[in-house]
Design a binder for this molecule. Structure first.
Ligand code: CA
Length: 234
């Protein structure tokens, strides 16, 4: 596990680096936003600890920019400012957790472990009936047959799979999958649900993506009995 520390105070950076290495992590550090950004966006860092007050950047802006560029790693912010608005802006910017300076080392290491555990569970495969999604590789298949999805179809299916068995409204889908008010009055959700049905539903298998009239959609296998989740014959 490789942890990136973006921190301009050398004493704090080396203290953190040493503590992480003693806990079995590989650590690296960047002292500025300019050096930190490409590391945050690179795929070879598993978690980042980012100071809010950097010489050339605001840590919140740095995290927001890294997220815009596709960074998906867990990020823990270190903040000296601990007002509620700071915490809200940190989390809104795309941080996963924060700690106020000065912090207890044990607490920081516990937060790091918790974030990495959560990341691992986000990466474990999802399944409904014989439909399987592997978030680590972004591969989707049903009954062993590979399904190719566009990025948006994938995001919609992932949201439905993470909420399997639960009815989700069109507004919730728009908020989580599109996050763009431009589409609010459009029928884009209906359109994409139809695209998705065309790819994940097979005539010989039970239907999975159901419309709940006037409410929204639910992804579930409604077939009863012990064979409901039996894999397809090859
Ligand atoms: Ca600082």
């Amino acid at each position: 596990m490789r942890v990136l520390i973006v921190e301009d105070e050398p004493a704090v950076a080396s203290f953190l680096g040493q503590a992480l290495r003693e806990s079995g992590y590989v650590s690296e550090s960047a002292a500025t936003g300019r050096d930190g950004l490409p590391r945050l966006v690179s795929r070879d860092v598993d978690l980042a600890i980012v100071d809010v007050m950097l010489p050339d950047a605001d840590g919140f802006d740095l995290v927001a920019e890294a997220r815009r560029r596709g960074a998906r790693l867990p990020i823990l912010m270190l903040t000296a400012r601990a007002t509620d608005t700071d915490i809200v802006s940190g989390l809104d910017a795309g941080a996963d957790d924060y700690l106020t300076k000065p912090f207890e080392l044990d607490v920081l290491l516990a937060r790091v472990r918790a974030l990495l555990r959560r990341r691992d569970s986000d990466r474990s495969p999802l399944s409904v009936e014989t439909l399987i999604m592997d978030p680590a590789t972004r591969k989707v298949e049903r009954g062993g047959r590979r399904i190719d999805l566009s990025a948006r179809e994938y995001a919609l299916l992932e949201y439905l799979m993470r909420n399997r068995g639960r009815v989700v409204s069109k507004a919730q889908i728009l908020d989580k999958v599109w996050d763009d008010p431009y589409f609010r009055e459009s029928n884009i959700v209906e359109v994409y649900v139809n695209y998705l049905r065309g790819k994940i539903e097979f005539p010989e298998r039970p239907r999975l993506l159901h419309t709940v009239r006037g409410v929204g959609y639910v992804l579930e296998s409604r077939e009863e009995g012990p064979h409901a989740s039996a894999p397809l014959e090859p």
